[in-house]
Ligand binder design. Structure first.
Ligand SMILES: Cc1ncc(C[n+]2csc(CCOP(=O)(O)OP(=O)(O)O)c2C)c(N)n1
Ligand SMILES: [Mg+2]
Length: 357
């Protein structure tokens, strides 16, 4: 296997009997989940050294659902992540060095220090920069899907929503529109048991978000969010349905947020027993055990993958730490969609030239 997987979006390969996917693709899933986890561990270290601007929002325990669902997409499909869906944009081709620079607000990062964490997009790779307002990316992705349909493209859109975010008006309005128009959109609704410190049972009358599918008139499926193959399989089926014009699917993933909302949240509202229960269901460990039991790899090969990830991240952290902060004079660059207009306006006054000598 090369240093980064190359089989994403490859034409369907016939898997050997008894396996759901070809071994290289099974290892892709492992690579992305572990890369997701190790990258976040580096971010926590950098955060504790005061090198991260803003917060770090872990997806510890949720790597399988982000990676598994996004892995079912083709390169021409779109994904819009939430803050914990780092794994989904890694699958879509985001580079760890760019994510590190973005968290550190570096001038050569994707948003050049104007936004933080994974709040950036790259249309060439098929991921859309999220906005912070929970629920709003559902109508946005409805718009992306409608635009694609009107322009004759068969791209599928995948959008994530949390158990908290699914209680917003925007989420309902957006999903209702998508279902009414039968747009090729997949909604991954994440029950990770909390929204900030609010447990899911205080968030909704019916704990199962999948039951909402009936009301919306879309396909609905509930999967174990800590089982990467189950997540991939549910998304694969939903992608097929969407691409063949059969409309949207709501996939509810049952999982658990094993850290607080962000690094500053010490999770004192969670019992030790609860955490231990979910630790024993760790998606990475579970998948390792499955790969070993199927003899796809041995323990030594798994360790080699981890070592390759370590080398990749060592280089990425080094590069990101040494990258420059943004120049103050670039503060207004890229702020307008048409950069020429402020300068073409006779009344425009470029005050940065006076402030920044
Ligand atoms: C409309 C809106 N209300 C409140 C917030 C503040 N906020 C950010 S994350 C969050 C909790 C989200 O919980 P959930 O949707 O379950 O996602 P999770 O953090 O569990 O991944 C809240 C309330 C926001 N960003 N947008
Ligand atoms: Mg939640």
């Amino acid at each position: 296997m090369s240093d980064s997987p190359t089989t994403v979006g490859a034409p369907e390969i016939v898997a050997p009997e008894g396996l759901p996917l070809e071994p290289p693709r099974l290892l892709d899933l492992y690579w992305y989940m572990l890369l997701n986890r190790r990258l976040e561990e580096r971010l926590v270290n950098l955060y504790r050294q005061g090198k991260v601007v803003g917060g770090v929002y872990r997806s510890l325990g949720q790597e399988a659902e982000s990676v598994g669902t996004a892995y079912a997409l083709e390169p021409r499909d779109y994904v819009s992540p939430l803050i914990r869906n780092l794994g989904s944009i890694l699958v879509k081709g985001a580079e760890p060095v760019d994510i590190l620079k973005q968290y550190m607000a570096k001038g050569t990062g994707p948003s050049k220090g104007k936004d933080l964490n994974i709040h950036f997009g790259d249309l060439s790779k098929g991921f859309i920069g999220p906005v912070s307002m929970l629920g709003d990316m559902i109508p946005v992705m409805g718009g992306v899907a409608l635009g694609n349909r009107m322009q004759g493209r068969d791209s599928v859109c995948l959008v994530y929503i949390g158990d908290g975010g699914f209680s917003t008006g925007a989420a309902h309005e957006g999903w209702n529109f998508i279902c009414a128009q039968r747009l090729p959109v997949i909604l991954v609704a994440e029950d990770n048991c909390y929204a900030y410190s609010t447990p899911t049972e205080k968030q909704m009358g019916n704990r199962n978000m999948v039951d909402r599918a009936l009301g919306y008139g879309c396909a609905g499926v509930q999967v174990d969010g800590n089982d990467v193959l189950a997540c991939w399989d549910a998304a694969r089926e939903a992608v097929g349905r969407a691409r063949s014009g059969k409309g949207p699917t709501l996939i509810e993933v049952k999982t658990y947020r094993r850290k607080g909302h962000a690094e500053h949240d010490d999770q004192r509202y969670v019992s030790k027993e609860e955490l231990q229960t979910w630790e024993s269901r760790d998606p990475v460990t579970r998948y390792e055990q499955w790969l070993l039991s199927q003899e796809v790899v041995d323990r030594e090969q798994l360790e080699q993958i981890d070592a390759r990830i370590k080398r990749k991240l060592d280089a990425a952290v080094d590069e990101a730490e040494n990258a420059p902060m943004p120049e103050p004079r670039t503060a207004l660059d890229d702020v307008w969609s048409t950069p020429r207009w402020p300068h073409a306006n006779p009344n425009y006054h470029d005050f940065t030239k006076e402030i920044v000598k």
